[in-house]
Design a protein around this ligand. Structure first.
Ligand code: BDP
Length: 690
């Protein structure tokens, strides 16, 4: 079946009043721009012409020009006033564009084809506004150079994880039953959606690399070449997850020791072969010495040795290795309160700062543990001034309702990117990633996320989960964008006014349902940043003691007196000390620690009074009742869209809300009952708990 349109259905772009368009320039991505415009003109009227940069004659008059400035003269259709002035704020770069409107002509200029493509999609977002009035020249450039999705897709179906590890949208859109899925139209449509929100890199296989997946690097490379060819017209580069043991399992060598000459040669020649077939190949993603994956530790080497080995093989080709910092002991002794999984990434990697090659990108999960709905921002981001750092987000909703729950994550990601590790007057996480000058050679520019798309007809299982994918791309382009503004864009593109019964109602309803949905989710799940009260079988639904007596290092330590993890330096694991001041002091202090992270940093009695004025136990009860009430309100609200939007989308969301409410109720009842039984403290408001 054909997938349901997501943002940017063909009818989304109605260049009203535009009669003649000129596309000027050469190259694959300019071809894509031309084809997009031609399609819009075919649907809505208007005509498009194309001139090359070989000095071909101009076409006059036009309403819209999309032109590469370089090389050669611009067509005369570009008003002189546009070409006269300097570009605001310097060069446009590889992906930037300039947009202006003078004398009734809308002009998009770029210095490289990708810029023209992003300029086109910006026009689409602006809609009619791009073609009315005057617009002063404004340059647009991405804040971050690489905006990347990691697909945790298995080529062969994994006996436990299935086709997509932590995938909640059906099968993989790349792979099926051990080989390529081969739906080229679908892949083209996907590439188009990603380009329209700014994503420019994809890793196409799971970080837990099985043998079939490993072979994508060697004898199954053809399948990757094919994907790269499909994604390239939309400016997307392909990356591969590789296993550190590849020289052994694929190359037949006796060792994968990073300091062994034979191993180095193997990586060099293998990587050369990849680049010969995929000249713009982006590089490798590696999960090493983590959760059973092989790595340099087996040879007595460290992560810098391991990462630099692959970096050296990739460097001559302009490619990078994304080396994941998600390294911890997953066989901890749960009786030992002094060990702490939250400390692990910093303990492993901070001492290696300065030792990584220039084309190593250390890929750090946004929080110190594992994609929980609330965690402090990882201290690793501030700890490695001489290392290129990427932050990894999780668009796939592993711990946030698995695309059964409406949970718009952009407000959360916005908070993470805006966090200022050295205090309010200092640089933000975005600044660190985006190479804003500061002490130390900060270079970077990567935001990465685990993808949430599959072969589901609605792309993401939950149709509203598309907003997360869209928001990820937009935030990676411009981390300063507000979550509700991004949602507006997504609504306009996904439910174009011309296709819905009542556009104002659609907008109002989607905001009412999504704006606060992440906080709603937080309210009915694990309280106050304690995390992981989740069902260990699949991470969906409550499991109040699910991880409490296991080896995974994720505990809440609830007993009859209190709850929370003491991560202070004074009496706990010392994790708070991994932050620079002022945060080390803020988190260390019971008085100053923010409520939402209290149980991440402190073990407190149930009677502890929060900044909000209520006790911890009462907060737990109140937020769990409130969270469920909010889900009821969201579900009711949604029914106002019956008959207003596409019936299939409407029905799918109704089905999801029913499940969200069932599951949220279960969370509320189990969490509340659990803490009531532990603490013996009744609800001050007398509601039924047990
Ligand atoms: C965890 C997932 C697991 C992943 C791991 C990772 O549960 O499936 O393999 O992260 O990021 O959250 O490597």
């Amino acid at each position: 079946p054909r997938p349901h349109p997501a943002w940017l259905p063909p009818q989304a772009w109605r260049p009203l009043g535009v009669r003649r368009v000129l596309v000027h320039g050469d190259g694959l991505l300019v071809d894509t721009v031309f084809a997009e415009v031609a399609q819009a003109c075919a649907a809505h009227g208007g005509r498009v012409d194309r001139t090359g940069t070989d000095g071909a004659s101009a076409v006059d008059p036009v309403d819209l020009v999309l032109a590469l400035r370089d090389p050669g003269p611009l067509p005369s259709a570009v008003p002189a006033a546009v070409t006269a002035g300097p570009t605001p704020d310097g060069p446009l770069g590889d992906e930037g564009f300039l947009l202006t409107r003078v004398d009734d002509v809308t002009v998009v200029l770029a210095d490289a084809p990708a810029g023209l493509l992003y300029g086109l999609f910006h026009l689409v977002r602006l809609g009619e506004a791009a073609h009315t009035g005057d617009h002063p020249a404004r340059a647009h450039r991405p804040a971050l150079r690489r905006r990347m999705l990691d697909h945790w897709d298995n080529v062969a179906v994994h006996p436990v994880m299935g086709q997509v590890e932590r995938g909640y949208a059906g099968g993989s859109i790349f792979w099926r039953d051990g080989g390529p899925r081969g739906d080229r139209d679908r892949l083209r449509a996907y590439a188009r959606l990603l380009a329209a929100c700014g994503v420019n890199a994809i890793s196409v296989n799971n970080v837990n690399v099985g043998l079939t997946e490993a072979r994508l690097l060697t004898d199954r490379l053809d399948d990757v070449v094919d994907l790269a060819d499909l994604l390239r017209p939309y400016g997307i580069r392909v990356h591969l997850s590789v296993t550190f043991a590849a020289p052994v399992v694929l190359g037949g060598l006796p060792t994968a020791d990073p300091l062994d000459d034979g191993v180095r040669d193997w990586w060099e020649s293998t990587t050369r072969r990849v680049h010969a077939r995929i000249p713009d190949f982006g590089g490798y993603v590696v999960k090493a010495d983590s959760e059973g994956q092989p790595g340099p530790f087996s040879y007595g080497r460290d992560h810098a040795d391991g990462a630099n080995l692959l970096a050296a093989a990739l460097a001559p080709h302009g490619a990078v290795v994304h080396w994941r910092a998600f390294v911890y002991d997953h066989r901890q002794d749960w009786r030992d309160r002094t060990t702490d999984r939250a400390r692990a990434a910093y303990d492993h990697f901070a001492p290696l700062d300065g030792r990584f090659a220039d084309n190593v990108v250390l890929q750090v999960k946004f929080g110190p543990v594992d994609f929980q709905p609330r965690e402090p921002v990882s201290p690793v981001i501030a700890a490695m001034p001489a290392t290129r750092v990427a932050v990894e987000l999780q668009v796939t909703q592993e711990y946030t309702g698995q695309q059964w729950h409406a949970c718009y994550l952009a407000p959360w990601w916005h908070e993470v990117l805006a966090f200022r590790p050295w205090g309010p007057a200092e640089r933000s996480v975005t600044d660190v990633l985006a190479d804003v000058p500061g002490p130390g050679p900060h270079r970077g520019g990567d935001l990465v996320a685990v993808a949430n798309v599959g072969d589901d007809p609605f792309w993401c299982g939950h149709p509203l989960a598309q907003a997360n994918l869209y928001a990820f791309g937009r935030l990676a382009w411009d981390p300063g964008l507000a979550a509700d503004a991004i949602l507006d864009e997504w609504i306009d593109l996904t439910f174009p006014a011309s296709t819905v019964g009542d556009p104002a109602l659609v907008r109002e309803t989607l905001h009412a349902v999504l704006d606060d949905s992440w906080r709603t989710y937080e309210r009915y799940t694990a309280p106050l940043g304690v995390g992981f009260m989740v069902n260990p079988a699949g991470h969906y639904g409550p499991g109040v003691d699910g991880y409490e007596y296991s080896r995974w290092g994720t505990y809440h330590f609830a007993d009859r007196d209190g709850v929370g993890v003491d991560r202070t330096c004074a009496t706990g694991t010392g994790f708070a000390g991994q932050y620079p001041p002022p945060w080390s002091q803020v988190y260390e202090s019971l008085e100053r620690c923010p409520d939402e992270l209290l149980l991440f940093f402190h073990h407190v009695p149930y009677s502890h009074v929060l900044h909000s004025g209520v006790t911890v136990i009462q907060h737990i009860y109140d937020t769990h009742f409130a969270g469920v009430a909010e889900v009821v309100a969201m579900r009711d609200r949604w029914t106002r869209l019956a008959g207003v939007i596409d019936q299939a989308v409407y029905d799918r969301v109704v089905e999801r809300f029913d499940e969200q409410l069932r599951c949220a109720t279960e969370w509320r009842d189990q969490v509340n009952t659990y803490f009531f039984r532990k603490s013996g403290v009744p609800d001050a408001r007398g509601r039924r708990i047990h």
